[in-house]
Every structure is written in structure tokens, then in C-alpha cells.
Design a protein around this ligand. Structure first.
Ligand code: FES
Length: 165
């Protein structure tokens, strides 16, 4: 993430985003029920939810930052730290673990030089572990951004990584 992008993700939310969050809150039964959707709005714009943005959204939803952070940390698809352009979520639950998650993780480490929780130096990929993606019949499985991928043998994994620039 460049310094300019970093500054933006720490700066007050733009009016358009505040309005989008207000609209999301209006559609919810009560404001705080819109927490997850409001966080998604921010993440879509900045790639993650910074502390200042979390506090701002919490105020809009009449919650404390700690309450909203509880929502953010409960859902493992809300990122509270900067991530790469593409996020690889590699399933480490039992079916995938048995079917080759460790080999896939080793291949990613070898090819991209990152372990779970790390981002490549060029900011292209972040690798994160995730619990069952519900794709067990195609284990080992992972998601890259919004796309689900399964049956990850070495060849297939390489081809998938090639697609994300
Ligand atoms: S255990 Fe990995 S998708 Fe279910």
C-alpha cells in the first residue's frame, strides 16, 4: 500500500461513503444490526478497515468501537490490517488438512515467499488461514478474493496464482 493510500485509509470517511453506510443502516431493523454490512462498505473501498474508520462507522451506528470491533473480528473476512491486492484464504480445516493443505501452503511459501499472515513484498498477495469453506468435496480448497478454488494439486495451484496480477 502506498503512503497516499495509507493516508486515505486513515483519513475521515468521504461523504459518499458515509451516506452509503447511512443507507445500509436505514435498511437494517436497528442501526447496530448493520455493522457487518457497513464494515464491508469500508473494506470494499480501502481493502481493510483501519482503526479510525472503525471508530467512525461505530459512531454512525451508535455503537462503541469495541462493540463494532467485536463484529469485525468475529467475521474472518473483515480485515483489520492492510492486505495485498489479492487475499488467499487457504482452508486448514480437517478435510483440507488431510487432503493436502500443508503441501499447498508449502507451495505458496516457495512460490510467493509468504507464510500465513504475511503479504508479498510487492503487495500482490496476502495469505491467511481460514476454517472450512464448505468446499470439502474438492479439498484442499482456498478462496482468492471472491473466487473459490478446489482440488488444489501443484499444477492447478500454480495456474490459479498465475491468474491474479
Ligand atoms: S475442510 Fe476445507 S473446505 Fe471444508
Amino acid at each position: 500500500m502506498s503512503t497516499a493510500e495509507q493516508d486515505l485509509s486513515e483519513a475521515p470517511l468521504e461523504e459518499a461513503l458515509r451516506q452509503q453506510i447511512a443507507a445500509v443502516a436505514q435498511h437494517a431493523e436497528y442501526k447496530r444490526a448493520a455493522g457487518l454490512d457497513a464494515l464491508k462498505v469500508v473494506q470494499k473501498r480501502f481493502g481493510y478497515v483501519s482503526d479510525p474508520h472503525l471508530a467512525e462507522v461505530a459512531a454512525l451506528l451508535e455503537m462503541t468501537p469495541a462493540e463494532l470491533d467485536g463484529v469485525a473480528t468475529f467475521y474472518n473476512l473483515i480485515f483489520r490490517r492492510p492486505v495485498g491486492r489479492h487475499v488467499i484464504l487457504l482452508c486448514d480445516s480437517v478435510a483440507c488438512w488431510v487432503m493436502g493443505e500443508r503441501a499447498a501452503r508449502a507451495q505458496i511459501r516457495e512460490r510467493l515467499g509468504i507464510n500465513p499472515g504475511e503479504t508479498t513484498a510487492d503487495g500482490r498477495f496476502t495469505l491467511l488461514p481460514i476454517v472450512c469453506l464448505g468446499h470439502c468435496d474438492h479439498a484442499p480448497a482456498m478462496m482468492v478474493d471472491e473466487d473459490q478454488h478446489g482440488d488444489l494439486d501443484a499444477e492447478r495451484l500454480d495456474a490459479i496464482l498465475d491468474r491474479y496480477r
